[in-house]
Design a protein around this ligand. Structure first.
Ligand code: AMP
Ligand code: MG
Length: 321
């Protein structure tokens, strides 16, 4: 970052979280990191204790009352899972657990085990009670996993926290989810410059730079968490029909939007839909923009009015309309 900015970093949510402000503000940075910790403690499924884990541990037994934000996030995730006709499924936990992609012990599970787990991922079997803020997983072994949206939700909360601290300009990077606040002082047109990683690059090369003001940028890609076995790449976004990682023409999807939660939902939904179906949807939703990196090394920029993309990597070509 440039010399006139102040960067604060902490390891949280299994990644490096960085906050860049235009002026030093220890109090704001402290509040931001505390808020992330507090929300991670509620939402994580990577530890034995959290509100979401208490729901999962009670699967098939009883409903669990959770805090309002956790209930509301689960409610939204269930709506997306049921009504979007996409791969998005908040009940994906039983598959995530057996593949362990990105964690110690990752492996291709047996076909029999995958089949068994598929019986446990129906989002209709999540019973919500809005009066009690309670969640009941009807079958034992079911597990909610909010990995596809938790960071987006948290990024939006951080924006509010910073506004409460009278901070209206800055950038927060939650590892794959970047939220820019206001404009930057270092670009003459006020754009924040956000690097888009080159897929599978081992030395942090960029495929390009995204320039935005006051927008969230969220990327879902097959290079974020994956392993190779017998020349086959297994990544972390699953097809809830088959129980295997989704297989399509995409390397990554980046969403540029106002809300980071929305960006996180669409990054996963569009990854599952692929380029054609997503482009049709985006034609009707001009407030959302997307950058698709394809395995054939083309880059598709959809609704490019909301951002500027400066390509860096010569291996990729921008797709003509
Ligand atoms: P993202 O990078 O936002 O696409 O989220 C990927 C994470 O969401 C994974 O690491 C899993 O925790 C979870 N996940 C995997 N497959 C799905 C799916 N089909 N629907 C919802 N969440 C998923
Ligand atoms: Mg997502």
């Amino acid at each position: 970052m440039v010399s006139s900015s102040y960067e604060y970093t902490q390891t949280l949510m299994g990644t490096t979280v960085s906050l860049t402000l235009l002026e030093p503000n220890e109090t704001a940075a402290h509040t931001v990191f505390q808020t992330i910790k507090m929300l991670e403690d509620k939402l994580t499924v990577n530890r034995s204790l959290s509100e979401v884990m208490s729901i999962n541990l009670a699967a098939g037994k009883h409903a669990v009352t959770v805090s309002q934000p956790v209930f509301s996030l689960i409610e939204q995730a269930q709506k997306v899972s049921l009504h979007f006709n996409s791969c998005f499924n908040l009940a994906i936990g039983p598959l995530v657990k057996i593949w362990k992609i990105g964690f110690k012990g990752y492996k291709v599970p047996s076909a029999k085990l995958i089949k068994q787990q598929l019986l446990l991922i129906d989002p209709k079997n999540i019973e919500l009670n809005a009066n009690k803020h309670s969640v009941f997983l009807k079958k034992q072994g079911m597990e909610i996993d909010l990995g596809a949206i938790a960071k987006g939700y948290i990024a939006d909360v951080i924006k509010l926290v910073l506004h409460e601290q009278q901070v209206y300009q800055g950038i927060i990077n939650l590892g794959g989810n970047v939220l820019t606040l206001g404009g930057s002082l270092t670009d003459k047109n006020g754009y924040w410059h956000v690097g888009l990683r080159k897929p599978f690059s081992t030395n942090d090369k960029l495929s390009g730079i995204i320039k935005v003001k006051n927008k969230s940028i969220v990327t879902s890609g097959i290079y974020e968490r994956f392993f190779m076995q017998n020349d086959h790449l297994y990544h972390h976004i699953f097809n809830p029909q088959t129980g295997y990682p989704l297989d399509n023409e995409l390397e990554s999807v980046t969403i540029i939007s106002d809300s980071s939660l929305e960006g996180d939902i669409y990054s996963t939904v569009f990854y599952g839909w692929g380029l054609d179906k997503s482009s049709k949807y985006l034609q009707k939703h001009q407030n959302l923009s997307a950058i698709f990196l394809l395995k054939n090394k083309t880059i598709a920029l959809i609704n490019p009015d909301n951002f500027i993309f400066q390509k860096i990597d010569t291996q990729y070509k921008i797709k003509a309309d």
